[in-house]
Design a protein around this ligand. Sequence first.
Ligand code: ZN
Length: 336
Amino acid sequence: MYAPGDVRVEERDKPAIIEPTDAIIRVTSACICGSDLWPWRGLEPLAAEPMAMGHEYVGVVEEIGADIRNIAVGDFVVGSFFASDNTCEICRAGYQSHCVHAVPMGSLGTQAEYLRVPLADGTLVATPTRPTPEQERSLLAASDVLGTGWFAAVAAEAGPGKTVAVVGDGAVGLLGILAAKQLGAERIIAFSRHADRQALARRFGATDIVEERGDEGVARVKELTDGLGAHSTIEAVGTQESMMQAIRATRAGGHVGYVGVSHDVSLDGIELFFSGVHLHGGPAPVRRFLPELVELIMTDRITPGEVFDLTLPIEQAAEGYRAMDERRATKVLLTF
Ligand SMILES: [Zn+2]
């Protein structure tokens, strides 16, 4: 990305092993994230000009550093948007996105044919067999949007007997619905005003749809829950309105799992104090969930790859950004 709205596909040097803990993978598919749209829209500065883009990836291991033990050349692998050693105290507690050695994959740019993965032993998870094309799409979703939606559902303590509200009908919100359903939630209320996304939300497990937003949306959730609000709310947008909607839609003692990257969100202390709501979120430790997600996908028990509604060759990446920006696509998959 050279500037907001200016994405180009160019030849770059093929990455090489730098550290003995690195691996080089041939990326077989990558995708465009809702968070890639923040700089595209000029709402977030570019970290470099031009900046290599992308942080989601699956592919085949081409080369490994001397210290790699857990993966082998030829393995099909999926990793998260943070490289992590998976051995430090923070990782072992399940917070790999905050690893003391974390490397953001967005700084390397995964929308590319080849990728250097730092800390590859801790970062990558190999599949037991070569995935089918459908499974590959779902594994790519696991790299971020599914893993993030899953963390949001876990942070919101979605589970049996719970009513879960989901703010945001982008890929993360939709897969938060899938996660809540898998975790056993009894009732799942999706906020959405787009017919196609409502349909996917229902397919993933939503039991109720609320089209209203803000305090009107909160009022609808209260109506549906005997005036109490949801036990668990997933916030998957990251704006002031969506965060307040999530907190206000949650009953006292309930939990909000927030994973939309917060932009200019500020919380009023006195409202937070009296809400009695638990807040937990941030960049999802996707690596914590990857082994389980890979298992669910490779046995065809979940199909999160359904969120991809536009597939383009990498040469047309700029069109992919435009399609997501203009909401003509929910999630764009890039092929090589
Ligand atoms: Zn770590």
